[in-house]
Design a protein around this ligand. Sequence first.
Ligand SMILES: O=P(O)(O)OC[C@H]1O[C@](O)(COP(=O)(O)O)[C@@H](O)[C@@H]1O
Ligand SMILES: [Mg+2]
Ligand SMILES: [Mg+2]
Length: 352
Amino acid sequence: MAAGSLEVGSRLDACLAQAVAGDPALKDTAAVVAAIAGAAITISEVIGRGALGGDLAAAGGQNSDGDVQKALDVIAHQRVTEALQAAPVAEVASEEADEVMRLNPGAPLAVAIDPLDGSSNIGVNMAVGTIFGIRPAVQDDANPLASFTSPGTAQLAAGFVTYGPATALVLTLGQGTQIYVLDRAEGAFRLTHPQLDVPVSAKEYAINASNARHWEPPIKAFVEDCLRGADGPRDKDFNMRWLGSLVADAQRVLLRGGVFLYPGDQRKGYAQGRLRLLYEAAPIALLMEQAGAGATDGERRILDIEATGVHERVPLVFGSVEEVECVAKYFGGRNHAAGRSPLFGQRGLMRS
Ligand SMILES: O=P(O)(O)OC[C@H]1O[C@](O)(COP(=O)(O)O)[C@@H](O)[C@@H]1O
Ligand SMILES: [Mg+2]
Ligand SMILES: [Mg+2]
């Protein structure tokens, strides 16, 4: 979907048809997007009823990452896998399934999906979401992960749905990033943002600061310098937001800029942070890059990283390009001593 060629208010199905008319190779990808969007509408109805529909936060089993599955995690996983079963999808890598799931052998596409992102927000009426990345399926009976080992650049499309005050689908088919909002009266998504363009610089960061004592020195230094604001080496005051829901934080960054960090830290099991490469970091990274923003693990471009496991984690930094590059400088050791140097960050020394 080329930027500028889409009309605000158009229905998702019309926009997908237009994309396929322009590039017939997108036919299957568009069918998968439509299937996920359909499942998202039904998930949004469940979430919209809140506690009227029962306790969506009720604990069930455990997923492979050791997280307790809540009732809504399980419902969302069922809804998306049912929808993908009826689409041209050979395999699914879901947060809520230990192994890659085989759906339609021989079908052309594979989907990595986080059916319900932001699980800690379930049951308290806060935003949650669904994240997905669509890739070509690679048939290799000896390697069940074959469809998912290519770097994120192999993704044909990526997106997420936010179930917030409005239900929104943020989508890229590799030509810009668009937002569609669910028109509840009609039961259809309509285009609201034909081309997102993330501001290059920003004054807002998002990180779970309760982990500060576990952070590595570059992250500590970056955040300390943000906190020092106009009195420190960054020379500007920052605001902070943390929603505990990656999709909601990502949507804010896409709409008004900023930087999000979930770094690795020294807690047991958190050396690579908390977020998963295949169904969280890689789709978000494609959406960011297609909107003019960046996504790294601190230093390396997320889209260049190859997965070696379904639920592999990766440190994640994304958002306004200047901020993402600034974080990389702290990792490179070029900035992170600066905040503590008597020559930096003091009015009248390195700055006028
Ligand atoms: O509770 P923490 O450590 O701040 O982690 C919050 C992060 O974890 C997540 O909830 C992980 O996703 P899931 O809920 O899909 O496991 C992100 O949405 C969010 O950004
Ligand atoms: Mg998640
Ligand atoms: Mg999840």
